[in-house]
Design a protein around this ligand. Structure first.
Ligand code: PLP
Length: 399
């Protein structure tokens, strides 16, 4: 990765320019090197540094208060971290500490990061090489309420889900499913953790994706975009009663760099931008334009591009089979688009453009994507079979 600006990034030699439809899962929701955020960060460095996590902090308090205002009901308390994985770890610690139970149920094919408890809640492939597995974790198929009902028992502390699982291939859950999960949790004294690391901050056309489902989670995890792409920060937002986990010993969980003060200033600006009605209306207008363009393209390439999955600007192109995702990633790259297949369902290519991209750029993206799909259709038969898959892998050289 070389120069980068707004929706565009270049390769290291500056020879290749790519339109960013990946945005690192939302890190670059507000584009690369957003000038407002850079201004906030550089100004913050005139009077602040990281701060000291043993001491009270005005910056952290203001950011936490802003989050409390932007979250519904009593989702009022925030613990800051550095990464999404860390914030997921904290959510699981809180759930276990509050309920006194250990069981954590997550979705097969979901993804919550590579730190300790987050890794344990994720798929086996990511933890298998690293020794004994943590106890208390189990996985059920996503969008299957009966499987969840069978799996919940008196030892279950929490169910953790991405509101819209990204690595699983942008599965947009039905209203009934998410509301059913909430109901099952309520009936069994189980907490509901929603991982909004990718779906939060306007990605789906609402500030938080769970707003589409008219439910209140007990814990919401935020990361990626909160950084504005310029200073790492993550947040675990919990309902007020859960705070009692920290009353006996407020230092039972600490993070030296979590909620670094300069990062808090950036995150406040991110929240201010992302929650503004004009911004969300722009996201929804873009989403409508993408829907129109992608539906036309899907009709044209319908035997290869089977289905459009979309909630706001969280989009997935469901393709013919597992080799199609890597192939489209390659041909999109050849056509100056950065879009990447979903690792836990490689038949889906994720499409996550910057939320503040220009409306005028949608046509360009559609033209390039149309060409990429035409090439992918030609490349796919050549790439069939195991050997061929390996050769495709070798050709994918994103720098
Ligand atoms: C949904 C989700 N949760 C958690 C994480 C982990 O975030 P991080 O890589 O910052 O630890 C990711 C990262 O891709 C993610 O997509």
């Amino acid at each position: 990765m070389g120069n980068r600006e707004k929706s565009i990034l270049e390769d290291m030699d500056g020879k290749k320019r790519l339109f960013n439809l990946h945005c690192n899962g939302g890190v670059f929701n507000l584009g690369h090197r957003n000038t407002e955020l850079i201004e906030v960060l550089t100004t913050a460095l005139e009077d602040l540094d990281i701060g000291n996590h043993h001491l009270l902090s005005r910056e952290r308090a203001e950011l936490a208060s802003m989050l409390a205002d932007l979250m519904p009901k009593d989702l009022n308390v925030t613990i800051f971290g550095v990464s999404g994985g860390e914030a997921v770890d904290v959510s699981i610690k809180v759930a276990r500490g509050f309920t006194g139970r250990t069981g954590i149920i997550s979705a097969k094919g979901g993804y919550h990061g590579h730190t300790g408890l987050a890794l344990a809640a994720g798929d086996e492939q990511y933890r298998k090489p690293f020794g004994p597995q943590a106890h208390g974790f189990s996985q059920v198929p996503f969008a299957d309420l009966s499987a969840l009902a069978e799996s919940i028992n008196e030892r279950t502390a929490a169910v953790i889900l991405e509101t819209i699982p990204a690595t699983m291939g942008i599965i947009i859950p039905e209203l009934d499913y998410i509301q059913g999960v909430r109901r099952l949790c309520d009936e069994n004294g189980v907490l509901l953790i929603l991982d909004e690391v990718q779906t939060g901050l306007g990605r789906t056309g609402k500030l938080w994706a769970f707003e589409h489902y008219d439910i209140l989670p007990d814990i919401v995890v935020l990361g990626k975009g909160l950084s504005g792409g310029v200073y790492p920060i993550s947040a675990t937002v919990i309902r007020e009663p859960l705070e009692q986990v920290f009353h006996p010993d407020p230092f039972i969980h600490i993070s030296t760099f979590g909620g670094a003060e300069v990062g808090c200033r950036v995150a406040k600006k991110v929240l201010e931008i992302s929650s503004s009605p004009d911004f969300l209306s722009h996201v929804n207008t873009l989403a409508d334009d993408f829907k129109k363009g992608l539906t036309e393209i899907q009709t044209k390439h319908s035997r290869f591009f089977l289905e459009l999955r979309q909630c706001g600007l969280m989009m997935g192109l469901k393709l013919k089979d597992d080799i199609s995702g890597p192939i489209l990633t390659k041909t999109a790259y050849d056509n100056d688009l950065l879009m990447v297949y979903a690792n836990n369902d490689q038949s889906v290519c994720q499409c996550l453009p910057p939320l503040n991209m220009d409306l005028d750029d949608v046509n360009y993206v559609m033209t390039q994507l149309d060409k990429a799909l035409s090439s992918a259709k030609l490349l796919r038969p050549i790439a069939k079979g195991k050997k061929a898959i390996e050769s495709v892998w070798k050709k994918i050289t994103i720098q």
